[in-house]
Each structure stands twice: as C-alpha cells, then as structure tokens.
Design a protein around this ligand. Sequence first.
Ligand code: DCP
Ligand code: CA
Length: 661
Amino acid sequence: MPSSPPLHRHGAFSPLHGGGLRRSQFTYRQLSQLASSGTSNPLRVVAHVDLDGFYAQCEMVRLGLPKDKPLAVQQWQALIAVNYPAREWGIGRHCSVTEAKKLCPDLIAPHVATWREGDDKWAYRDDADANISTDKVSLDPYRLESRKILALVKDSLPAGLQRVEKAGIDEVFLDLSSQVHSILLERYPELKSPPPYDDPTERLPLPPISALDWQADALIDLDEEQETVDPDWDDVAILIGSEIVRDVRARVWNELDYTCSAGIASNKLLSKLGSAFKKPNQQTVVRNRAVGSFMSGFKITKLRNLGGKLGSQVVTTFETENVKDLFEVPLDTMKAKLGNDTGIWVHNTIRGIDNSEVNSRTQIKSMLSAKSFRPTINTPDQAVKWLRIFVADIYARLIEEGVLENKRRPRTINLHHRHGSQTRSRQGPIPQGKLLDEETLLDLAKDLLAQIISEGRVWPCSNLSLSVGGFEDGVKGNMGIDGFLVKGEEAEALRYAPGESRLASTEPDRPVKKRRVEDGGIQRFFARKPSADGNSVNGPEPSAGGETDLPSRPLGMPNLDLPVGQPSTSGFASAQAEHGLPDADLLACSRCKASFIDPDALQSHEDWHLAKDIQEAERVRPAFAERPPTPRSSSQKGQGASSKRGRGGKLEHGQSRLRFG
Ligand code: DCP
Ligand code: CA
C-alpha cells in the first residue's frame, strides 16, 4: 500500500467532525456491509484488470524483446494479437500477415505454437503457417502465462479478503470491497465508532474536504453539477480500490514484465468498460458520480450485450444510436416496447447498474480439443494420431487442474466425429479409483473411435473433437466410499455398456431449459458462454477449457463473457463493420449474420458453431437420460442468438479525462 494516506487531513480535524453538520449520504450499515461484498452496496468497489495485447506480450516476454518492437501473433495467415507498437503502424487483427508486413516491414510475427500430427508435444515451429493440415494450434504457452499472472494477482491481495474471478485468459474481476473496508477503518479509526444511538441507519459523517490524490489514474469527467459536490465515502472507497489495483499492476509489471489496464468502479459492467477506456498500461476510475457522464458517451451498440440483435432493436425502436438519448425514455416505455425483462435490463444497463457478483468459485467443467481437417482424413490411423494429440493437449490441462494430486478429475469422455454434414458422438465413463493417466485416456478415446467406425460411413472425416467433462473434486488422502460410488453423469454414461455407449446428438430433442422470462423476451437475444480463452468451447461454466483449431476468436466469433444463465452478447450483425471488412464478395454464415472473406474462414466459423453445438448437446445431456441408447445420426442445430464482442470502452467522441486532485 502507498505510504501516505490519500486524504490530506486538515490540521487536527477528524473526518468525523470535518464535515460539520452535513452528513454523508451513506449509512453505518452500508459501511459495515462493505466487509461482506454485498452486490448492491453503493460503496462497493470492483476492478477489472485486462492484459494489453495479451498473446503479443506473451511472445515479447518469451522472446525477450524490447518493449518498443512491433509484434503481432500469427495463426496460419491471420493475426490474432497485435502489440501496441505495431498498432501504431495501423496493424490490427483485421490484417493478414502480408498486409501487416506491408504496413510495417520490421514487424515481428511469431506463429503460435502447434501440435503436429505424430508429435507428442507442442512446439514453436518456423514452418507452422504452411502446415495447417498437419498442425493444430496450442494455446498452452498463453495459458501458462495467464496462470502465473493470476497467481501473482492473488498473491498481491490479502488472502482472507480477496475475491478474484478469472473472466478470460487475460482478464480478471476483483471485488475489492472487503479489503477497502478494512483499509477504511484502519485509516479512519473514527469510523469504527458505533453509530449514534446505535442506529445503523444513521448516516456517516462526511470525509474531510480535501483533494483526493488520484495519481496517474484516468478519471471520467463529471458534469458541472457534480464537480462542485464534495467527496463522499464512495469516492474515498474507490480511491483506495484504485491504489490497490495500482499496486497489483506494479507487481505484474515488476515481477512478470506484463502491462495491463484496469477499470475501477462499483460493479463489473462499469469496471470492464473502464479497463478498455484507456489502454495500454492505464487505469480508469469511474466514480459513482461520473457514471451518468461516462455512460452517456457510449453508442448503444458498444455496450456489452447490446452489440447484436438486441442493440439493433433498441436503436430502431428508439431511433437513436446514443445511450444519452435513452436516458430520456421512461422505464414504462422501455418495458412496453421491449418487454418487461428486456426493458428493465436495458434501462439498468445504460445507467451502469449491474448487481452481478464477482464469483471466485468458477471452475472448469469440461475441456475440449478439436481439429477440422482440410483436406479431410481417411483412415483410422490418421484419426488415432490426432487422438494422441488431443489427449496430450487435454492431459496437460488436466495436470494444471490438479488431476495428478487427485484434486479434480473428469468423469466422462466424449468423442465427436463429422463426416460430411453428419455428426456423431460417443461418450463413456472414465474409470475412477486410480490415478488417471494419459494412456488410459487414449485407450478410452480409441475405444470411442472404434465404436463410431463400426457404424460405417465415417470416411472422409472433416472434424474430430475430444472432450472430457463431468469434473468433480477428487478424494484426498484415503479414498472414501464416494470414490467407489458412481454418480450423476458417470452413472448415466454407465447405463450404456461398453460398445454401446450412448449417442449424443448434436441436436437436442428438447430445447435447453431456459430461464423463464415474463415476456419470453430478453433470453431470445442471448447465447451461451463460449470460451474465456477465445477459441475454446467449454463446459457450462466460465473456464479455460477446450481448444479448437479455429482462429482463436475468429472474426464474428462471440465472446460471451457472462456467467451462464445471464444474458450475454447477441448477434454478429456488426461483425463486418467492426472488422472493417469489404462489402463485396463476402460469404455469409447460414446460421448467423457473420460474413467472411474466404471459404476457409467461413468453414472455420461453421466448425465453431458445430463445436458449440457439441458443447450444448453435452450441457443438456440429462435431457436424454430416459431415451433408449439407440444409435442414430444427428444433424446440426442452429444456436440462434450469438454474439459479437463489443470492445465497448475505447475513447468515444465527447469523452475526455479530468485531472482531479
Ligand atoms: N484473441 C484471439 N482472437 C480474437 C480475440 C482475442 O485469439 N479475435 C486472443 C488474443 C488476445 C487475447 O485473446 O491477445 C485477449 O483478447 P483481448 O480482446 O483482450 O485482446 P488483446 O489482449 O490482444 O488486446 P487489448 O489490449 O485490446 O486487450
Ligand atoms: Ca486484453
């Protein structure tokens, strides 16, 4: 923590008396509840920390390059991450490698590491871009760096008071409320006094009137009226949060050599917009009093979850693109025009209201490794070579998950196969009770492949995906009785004897059970969460799950980064515009509105849908429990709403930052 307190006390004034008769707008109860990180506490402090040009920074660190060298990470012919020096040359993810090198001949463009057919370890290879048919991308190097950074972030925060949610491969949310509470009491011991008359609804005294030292933080402008209002405890709380975040960022930089940007605000929605507001290597504070002015600078479709269909509908309905204009629309009108749930949600979102919690208990539920074959593969031998790679890939991640220590282990294994437009899946249980090793997994995968092959009509094969799921906490020490009991998912899988493991269709017979909404409304706009890692198709929880061979988040790929059950971004409608693709000669995905320049990109995109379908089918597997295990072929099913990542927080017209303090 910084050595000097942020409030410069005025002589002998105690904060409790400095405010004279005027009182804070916050109560003793709200202050004390800050300790338990309540999500509707107005003093709440949440931060979002996001690494700058993450994969590119990983490569800079790996190669030991000076920070000013332009570098972009290549995956086949595409760029998937661009560092900030390279962005100054006009290079972005939309560029091909060739275009980027034209813009900046000195560009360093390492190719992502790959697995190669027949090899048992991923590696960085000079010829990877020429070997799309025999190589498969490995994101392990980035995942490992991500883990290191996450561990350091956690280590920078007091163990008992931290709440850290990994929100993606390069981003975390921190609920700093408890820590801020403890620092507040330490710095202002007067706040420890009981409330007058022991009444927790009494309002706190005001903090002293003094300049708050925001150091290098970017602060969001206030409107004139707010400028003149003295700081209250929410300003002090967020300032303390900002100091904590500055220290965390300094450690990540000093110890691991990475820069990151951060947003500090009262909730996840605002802190995420804040972290993207000023990049790289900056932190932006969105004080409660600045929320109106902050939000009013955004275009509606730049807000999370409003990038797609729902955003377009809102724009059309209210005939404006600006959040600012929506402030005028009364809640009742919103409800009437958009439906109850959707109306309330939009009404809150544009005002920066978000009561979702920072969830530190998110755990991986499944891991997937997949490859689309172009050209297709035609023999069992080839398929087995790929299974070996998938198993090695998944096993490395299982080790990270603690499978060797028996901390967590999967209970089921699934193999999905595509032949033309036909997809088939087989699933089996993973034997419990002994340490899971790579050979066992491979044998199980081969077994599933043999089952699929025995049905015939399998070659040529254009996609194979292997996944493990049904993660459970392992038994530590002596194996308890639970270790020998078969439960849930595994029990279901076991109902099908080896050799006849149930076929999981990619088209669920029954629709996914959805959160009931009054108007059947908002849910129709929202798809489910794909990967935090960008290219993964994970189990039903936010995670660092599987890896397909698609560009990690191909153009138009959704990045739905809300917990399951919550609305997330919808639609690809703006993909084209946002990525600056030309209007002409675009190939459109039949399942969503995404457009692509070349057939390979389209194919990748469609494979992504497939992988997501597979995941979805797994997720709703219980819906099949009563069905007889009759093998049948299945077809794909459209997912409906999908999403496009909205960066949301880049500098918007009309926004500037205020020097404060
Ligand atoms: N990623 C990807 N494909 C995409 C988007 C992202 O492979 N279409 C990967 C590479 C990124 C990482 O995910 O480095 C994190 O994604 P971000 O959107 O956070 O982008 P960056 O970290 O690269 O840049 P920024 O500084 O804008 O956060
Ligand atoms: Ca990032």
